[in-house]
Design a protein around this ligand. Structure first.
Ligand SMILES: *Cc1c(COP(=O)(O)O)cnc(C)c1O
Length: 340
């Protein structure tokens, strides 16, 4: 397989059109067989439900080349499960989980020339999504849907080492109590756009959202879950019904316990106890884990002992172990690595 002539190590995180994508249509109560197509455009009614009422959900997964040259994805069954939960909550038909995993494999295979070689740090980002496409003007769910998967090559998340970031406690909320924070819906991101632009304008990298009801407990950022390390080396992650269950965070908690022998806790985390933690990181598919050096809270600063120069020791170990599992240099738990 001849690879595309791309400067893999200098790719950013942007959309690069690849050759093929997958489309399946839901109509009259059933999904069609689905096809790979070269057409990267979508034509729809001006009154499509997704355009008027934001009925849309998505997933994010990576394909990459392992040390021994296989093209693989990481735990796509968990994305299939989460996508099904998102669909159900948004009154959308579930795309069968086995077909979800199969469609990902098809699209990656069809775009093999865009899967970055091992060692570049780059990956092929996979974006499955679904939206209501028929005209809807009186508020109700659509009856026709498209499920699609496209891919785009993305560069290494950290160019020249992972520098700790500075985040701020947000005065905006990302999810309402009893709302949609736990599903991967476009509407949650629409909610966060103003907050992130405002954070960037004020010199912060990300927003830390607290629970919207009491503003006393840590939830997550706009697109990543929190992991904390206590001074006695326990790994703690917040528990809340409005946090999106990150595949990366769940995998890191497993790695902490089973590979590194650390104590782990998933529990409510009060903002008041954050100042006592030794390390803080943000978990998601794109970065695996990015270190947080400082949290700004309305004029006060929390500075983690790990500092602003490099990742703390436990987060470094967690990151190295999980990326080793993903790249095939450390033995993976059964079913985590799925060959394309
Ligand atoms: C996608 C997402 C994450 C990260 O989940 P992964 O499965 O690890 O990529 C975290 N928070 C939110 C709000 C997300 O949408």
């Amino acid at each position: 397989m001849e690879k595309k002539n791309i400067d893999w190590s200098n790719l950013g995180f942007g959309y690069v059109q690849t050759d093929k994508r997958y489309v399946s249509t839901y109509k009259d109560g059933a999904w069609d067989d689905g096809v790979l197509t070269e057409d990267a455009t979508i034509t729809m009614s001006e009154c499509a439900c997704v355009l008027q009422y934001a009925q849309t959900i998505f997933e994010g997964i990576k394909a990459y080349t392992t040390a021994d040259g296989r093209i693989v994805t990481f735990r796509p069954d968990l994305n299939a499960e989460r996508f099904a939960n998102s669909a159900a909550r948004m009154e959308m038909p579930v795309f069968p989980k086995d077909r979800f995993v199969d469609s990902i494999k098809q699209v990656v295979k069809a775009n093999e020339a865009y899967v970055p070689p091992y060692g570049t740090g780059a990956t092929l980002y996979i974006r499955p999504y679904m939206f209501g496409i028929n005209p809807v003007i009186g508020v109700k769910p659509a009856t026709e849907f498209q499920y699609r998967v496209f891919t785009t090559p993305v560069g290494p998340y950290f160019k020249g080492g992972a520098k700790p970031i500075t985040i701020r406690v947000s005065d905006f909320d990302r999810a309402a109590p009893h709302g949609t924070g736990h599903i991967k819906a476009g509407l949650n991101y629409a909610m966060s756009l103003h907050a992130i632009v405002d954070a960037h304008n004020k010199g912060f990298d990300e927003n830390m959202y607290l629970d919207p009801q009491t503003r006393t407990k840590v939830e997550e950022t706009g697109g990543a879950n929190f992991l904390f390390v206590t001074k006695d080396n326990k790994v703690v992650t917040p528990k809340s019904p409005s946090i999106l269950p990150s595949v990366t965070r769940r995998s890191l908690m497993y790695v902490a316990q089973k590979y590194l022998g650390l104590e782990v806790e998933e529990r409510e985390v009060l903002f008041d106890e954050v100042k006592d933690f030794a390390e803080c990181g943000l978990c998601g598919t794109a970065a695996v884990i990015s270190p947080v050096g400082k949290i700004y809270d309305h004029g006060k600063e929390i500075c983690f002992p790990s500092g602003m120069e490099k990742m703390g020791p436990t987060i470094t170990k967690l990151r190295e172990t999980l990326t080793g599992i993903q790249m095939g240099t450390i033995e993976a738990p059964e079913g985590w690595i799925v060959e394309v």
